[in-house]
Design a protein around this ligand. Structure first.
Ligand SMILES: NC(=O)c1ccc[n+]([C@@H]2O[C@H](COP(=O)([O-])OP(=O)(O)OC[C@H]3O[C@@H](n4cnc5c(N)ncnc54)[C@H](O)[C@@H]3O)[C@@H](O)[C@H]2O)c1
Length: 459
């Protein structure tokens, strides 16, 4: 018999119980344990203890949270090889990894009980996403937990570039005292041009205005500016008006080399370029030329077309043919893709991904999954104790809803939602007043339909 899973707080945060101000005052002063409209904590029908395999030293907080919710957790500091995973994964319902563990088709084939994969990082390339979806396994990650960290790094780079901070600090480390103010500027009153006004660009906009910068941004989407920022209608307008240009776009076919010779020529003489987005967005040989000619006064680059695979590996001309030339330029700050690397971002990743796993295992919600239709339902509340939740992952083919709804038709369907993505579809339904004997029969009937991938009942 497993320990009951307690994920009340997660449910409350994602599927809040609708309550009015009148409910609030009506319930004031009463014992909160008799508030009948709390989210009901759900358990798998079989009540089998859920086991999680957590690898790559994922935050202890996440592990503690899982254990607190009643999951059995096996926690390892290292990644596992494909062979090790194939041997071990068969007994786990969930796995948490970072970027070093590869979840291949072979691993997924051995994962007979696996329900969910959590990537405690930004990228998900290490998982065969379509094979996971076909096996009915949603994959969650945490793409935006480090936005603030990147925005703060950019703020520091604005000041460091305009004060030639790295030059002066380097000179003094080599024993040279070189106090000067020529070519050194305050950033107050200057214009910052942000390319890509998403999670990072918009955070940065707020911080930059607090520093007294005028903010312009260019984005392919029309976005409500924050503060006094102003959206411009073309990249060339932004480039020609900005003292600093900072890039915050994703890597897409249309953003590869979006800053090349022509765009650098459109930038003001004496301006600066910052790239903390993706390495291929800037044509680096063109940037090198612009810096060597003195057209640009400096640059900060955190991301590169090719990056070393591990700490200590060389950043040289074998990796990128221009590396040594770039390294020798004045007033160029080069950092090893650390834009999002902070303790806060790691903590946030741990919280976000562990909540997503708990929400899926306990409540069936796939909101935020990268390879799966995103489906969620309002929480079942404790005044509806007889309701059960059907979570049916199935092949995206005609006729499935008819079959499932035929099976559900003797009962009252309180709420239902279904969506599809590629070859996979997912239906969630809350149904009322199903007897324990009927529950097993109903589950067997839905699991037996020809498009079934995974069917879970949560009660
Ligand atoms: N250096 C690091 O460590 C680090 C950390 C986190 C994110 N990043 C990178 O930063 C970039 C931005 O991340 P985000 O979280 O703000 O992304 P986001 O998706 O929230 O925002 C991207 C914005 O770019 C806009 N955009 C897309 N194509 C465009 C184009 N052709 N021209 C202008 N705007 C365009 C989008 O409309 C969107 O508003 C991504 O490339 C991400 O990989 C780097």
């Amino acid at each position: 018999m497993s320990t009951p899973i307690n994920i009340k707080s997660v449910a409350a945060s994602t599927s809040p119980v609708t309550s009015s101000i009148h409910d609030h005052f009506r319930n004031r002063g009463r014992d909160s344990s008799i508030d009948i409209r709390q989210p009901k904590v759900l358990h798998p029908l079989e009540n089998e203890g859920l086991r999680l395999l957590i690898l790559e030293n994922i935050s202890q907080d996440a592990v503690a949270t899982f254990r607190g919710q009643g999951y059995h957790v096996d926690h390892y500091s290292k990644a596992m090889s494909e062979d090790e995973l194939v041997e071990k994964i068969g007994s786990y319902h969930g796995i948490g990894i970072r970027s070093k563990t590869k979840i291949t088709q072979r691993v997924l084939k051995a994962a007979s009980k696996l329900l969910v994969i959590g990537c405690f990082c930004i990228g998900t390339n290490q998982v065969d996403l379509s094979a996971a979806a076909r096996a009915g396994i949603p994959v969650f990650n945490s793409p935006f937990s480090n936005s603030r960290s990147v925005a703060e790094l950019v703020m520091s780079e604005l000041v460091a570039l305009s004060r030639q901070l790295f030059e002066r600090a380097y000179e003094l480390r080599t024993g040279v005292w070189n106090k000067q103010s020529k070519g050194c500027w305050e950033i107050r009153g200057k214009t910052l041009g942000i390319v890509g006004y998403g999670h990072i660009g918009s955070q940065l906009s707020v911080l930059a205005e607090a520093f007294g910068l005028r903010v312009l941004f260019y984005d392919v989407v029309n976005i409500m500016p924050l503060g006094s920022a102003r959206q411009v209608d073309s990249l060339s307008t932004l480039l020609s008006e900005s003292d600093f240009v900072t890039l915050h776009v994703p890597e897409l076919p249309e953003t590869i080399k979006m800053i090349s010779e022509q765009q650098l020529a459109q930038m003001k003489k004496g301006s600066y370029l910052i790239n903390n987005a993706r390495g291929k967005v800037v044509d680096i040989p063109a940037l090198v030329q612009s810096l060597q000619s003195g057209h640009l006064a400096g640059a900060a680059i955190d991301v590169f077309p090719a990056e070393p695979g591990a700490n200590g590996a060389p950043f040289d001309d074998q990796l990128n043919s221009w590396a040594s030339t770039l390294r020798a330029l004045h007033n160029v700050i080069l950092t090893p893709h650390i834009g999002g690397s902070t303790e806060e971002a790691q903590k946030m990743i741990g919280e976000e991904v562990s909540q997503a796993l708990s929400r899926y295992l306990g409540y069936g919600s796939t909101v935020g999954a990268v390879n799966f239709p995103e489906v969620d339902l309002r929480a079942i509340t404790t005044d509806h104790l007889t309701q059960i939740r059907v979570c049916h992952v199935h092949k995206n083919q005609p006729g499935v809803l008819k079959q499932v709804n035929d099976a559900l038709s003797p009962y009252n369907v309180e709420k239902q939602y279904s969506d599809s993505k590629g070859e996979v579809a997912y239906l969630m339904a809350d149904i009322a007043d199903v007897s324990p004997a009927d529950m097993l029969r109903l589950k067997e009937r839905i699991s037996g339909t020809n498009a079934n991938i995974i069917t879970r009942f949560l009660t």
